[in-house]
Design a binder for this molecule. Structure first.
Ligand SMILES: Nc1ncnc2c1ncn2[C@@H]1O[C@H](COP(=O)(O)OP(=O)(O)O)[C@@H](O)[C@H]1O
Ligand SMILES: [Mg+2]
Length: 230
């Protein structure tokens, strides 16, 4: 059995409403993914999918529990170390692509590489952008790219530091159909080749159906079940 690269135990997260009332969003006894495993995550809008990805990535601290990434418990780490673990071990593709607006596509990858332990590798960055069909857009800034092209830059950037895990939050939601399959294929192929665990949130059954493991958040998040029945 491959060792888990993602391991959550007893994770809880609540959000405070303006009135002060705390609403539970995550209540997860355990969740794990093995090295190289590929998994689609579905669930109703508001069931906590994005929050779960933020917690796994260490961007958001849970109120309780353990979040272990490749053997490192993110919850206990000081912020600077957590940022370094995220840069080295995790590739992120979020709904808001979070590209740096003042930098070209190529520079966005080089900056991501500079946050990791490796060195910024221009030829590898160029290859990654070519692999998502952007060989002729290397020197365009995000505002000069279509939404779909920006999303493809975000996918290429997620792969930049040879991560152990890629977390993708609806990565094809804003991409034209011609490129949706290209992005999914790229994520899946790259993750297979490099034994990277891939967790993709999606609303599209035709996307989820391509994954060997398919989960609904309501099935392992008690807070979402409680919310649904309230
Ligand atoms: N920063 C926040 N402050 C307060 N409530 C939040 C915050 N982020 C998310 N929520 C709430 O948590 C719930 C889950 O949100 P989210 O994880 O974005 O769901 P999903 O991605 O499954 O649609 C929603 O009810 C949302 O309104
Ligand atoms: Mg979401």
């Amino acid at each position: 059995m491959a060792p888990p690269v993602i391991q959550l135990e007893h994770v809880r997260k609540r959000f405070a409403l303006p009135g002060g009332e705390a609403v539970p969003v995550l209540d997860i006894e355990s969740f794990a993914m093995a090295a190289g495993e590929q998994c689609a995550l579905e669930g109703q809008s508001g069931s906590g999918k994005s929050t779960l990805l933020h917690v796994i990535s260490g961007i958001m601290r849970p109120d309780a529990g353990r979040v272990v990434i490749d053997g490192v418990d993110l919850v206990r780490l000081p912020e600077a170390r957590r940022d370094r673990v995220r840069a080295d071990k995790l590739g992120l593709v979020f709904q808001q692509f979070n590209l740096l607006p003042g930098f070209t596509a190529l520079e966005n990858l080089l900056v991501a590489m500079s946050f990791g332990s490796g060195k910024a590798d221009r030829s590898r960055a160029t290859d990654l952008l070519a692999a998502v069909g952007l060989a002729d857009r290397l020197h365009h800034k995000p505002a000069e790219l279509s939404i779909g092209q920006q999303q493809r830059v975000a996918v290429a950037r997620a792969l930049a530091n040879r991560p152990r895990v890629i977390l993708a939050d609806e990565p094809t939601a804003s991409i034209d159909p011609a490129h949706q399959q290209q992005v999914i294929d790229l994520l899946k192929t790259t993750c297979s080749e490099h034994d990277v665990a891939l967790l993709v949130v999606t609303h599209a059954p035709e996307v989820a159906g391509q994954f060997p493991r398919r989960l609904r958040l309501e099935d392992f998040n008690r807070a979402a079940r409680a919310g649904a029945s309230a």
